[in-house]
Design a protein around this ligand. Sequence first.
Ligand code: ADP
Ligand SMILES: Cc1cn([C@H]2C[C@H](O)[C@@H](COP(=O)(O)O)O2)c(=O)[nH]c1=O
Ligand code: ZN
Length: 193
Amino acid sequence: MLFSEQNFRRRGEFSGSIEVVCGSMFSGKTEELIRRLKRAQIAKLNVEIFKPRTDTRYHETAVVSHDLNSINSTPVDSASAILLLGTNTQVVGIDEAQFFDDELPDVCNKLALKGIRVIVAGLDMDFTGKPFGPMPALMAIAEHVTKVNAVCVCCGNPALFSYRTVANESTVLLGEKESYEPRCRACYNSEKG
Ligand SMILES: Nc1ncnc2c1ncn2[C@@H]1O[C@H](COP(=O)(O)OP(=O)(O)O)[C@@H](O)[C@H]1O
Ligand SMILES: Cc1cn([C@H]2C[C@H](O)[C@@H](COP(=O)(O)O)O2)c(=O)[nH]c1=O
Ligand SMILES: [Zn+2]
């Protein structure tokens, strides 16, 4: 079922909250983030969108999905820079949250306490299957967590892991289909040995 924002206005007031969209690569996190943010723009809310400056895969500034759906964003160097947003911002979107520093959960909490609806998308696991950066702490403090699945490239079942196909052990390695495959639990573990 699609996530619905119908309860976010309470007696005409805007109530702050944190939503997390997580999953593997190609699971539709960015598409879901863009969908929610565009609906907020249609509702004439003031929306600001941030991504880590390091994420330059598709575009320097825009948040872009694998299907090339996009929305403008501000690249930032640290989580705390997100707090410098305009005073009348009502909705904040954050993509590639796994690349932010450990301040991100506290930053999101501060925004939500100011009445801002915060929507965060990111990888819940790195290529080794371990929790990625600030994502687990964010999921713990969020009102709403949506986990989306890709399609396993090996068998077609729902995929929750991002399998790295190139020999590189660094946690951070930007890439697409040339370096990663979404895989289900069985297919991810069968080739890890
Ligand atoms: N194996 C796959 N499983 C699901 N979607 C895929 C796959 N390979 C390519 N895609 C495409 O990726 C899109 C999702 O892109 P995106 O929202 O950028 O994902 P994410 O941000 O989770 O990496 C899908 O709508 C689909 O068109
Ligand atoms: C699993 C994994 C991924 N990355 C990188 C690869 C991509 O540049 C992004 C994820 O983008 P998406 O929008 O979720 O497709 O993260 C990484 O650096 N390390 C990893 O372990
Ligand atoms: Zn599989």
